[in-house]
Design a protein around this ligand. Structure first.
Ligand SMILES: [Zn+2]
Length: 222
């Protein structure tokens, strides 16, 4: 990838030239996708919405703005067509100092900028960066909010099931439930539950039984 970046730089990179070089790099694109699929949450989920299958590689910093990042490893994210083509496209908002206003899931903890309301599936912004991220990626689209709210119900139900299996000594089945929880869509919901588990009042939000199982889950998936 470094060689391709050097070549692009030598030719004087423009958005169009970078796009052409990128679309001609069939083999590299396929290899990159395979690596990214292994890193994506759940079963190859979109790194932005976590709902749909991640089917294309998104350039986090768009080629029109940063042609020399066409082949920069950290600039590649696996995204679904909906997030990539309908929402983000070439958008890359920056603040007054020119700093990116989008949460970069490869290097930042989204929880610093975004708070998930588990019962409604709604994301609330903690910072201007969180606000821009919700807007640009369309994180407030109704299908995602409904999906997250249902994922919360599903996670709680599976955690209760997990608790029962552990109590009954059904270790293999417990492990299967734990693994299913790990790879389900909307991995951000389970992640948000894990984030609040040590806070005061966690048992009220998550349920006492579910909270206990959540601790087991951490042990099983360690
Ligand atoms: Zn998506």
């Amino acid at each position: 990838m470094a060689a391709r970046t050097t070549a692009l730089s030598r030719q004087g990179a423009s958005g169009d030239r970078a796009r052409r070089a990128w679309s001609n790099a069939d083999v590299l694109r396929r290899q990159l996708r395979e690596v990214l699929e292994g890193m994506a949450p759940g079963v190859q989920r979109c790194m932005y919405c976590g709902d749909s299958q991640g089917s294309s590689i998104d350039h986090f910093e768009p080629l029109s703005l940063a042609p020399l990042k066409a082949f920069a490893w950290m600039n590649h994210l696996l995204a679904c067509t909906h997030c990539n083509s309908n929402h983000k496209r070439d958008r890359f908002p920056v603040d007054a100092e020119g700093h990116c206003l989008l949460v970069d899931p490869t290097s930042e903890d989204p929880a610093l900028h975004l708070q998930l309301v588990l019962r409604t599936g709604e994301y609330q912004a903690r910072t201007p960066k969180g606000q821009a991220t919700i807007e640009v990626f369309g994180l407030a689209r109704p299908s995602l909010e409904r999906g997250r709210a249902k994922a919360f119900v599903r996670c709680r139900s599976m955690l209760r099931d997990l608790g029962g299996l552990i109590e009954a000594g059904e270790d293999d089945e417990a492990m299967e439930v734990a693994e299913s929880l790990r790879v389900q869509p909307f991995a951000d919901v389970l992640h948000a539950m894990q984030t609040v588990q040590d806070r005061p009042g966690a048992a009220v939000v998550l349920g006492a039984r579910e909270l206990e199982s959540l601790r087991w889950l951490t042990v099983l998936l360690a």
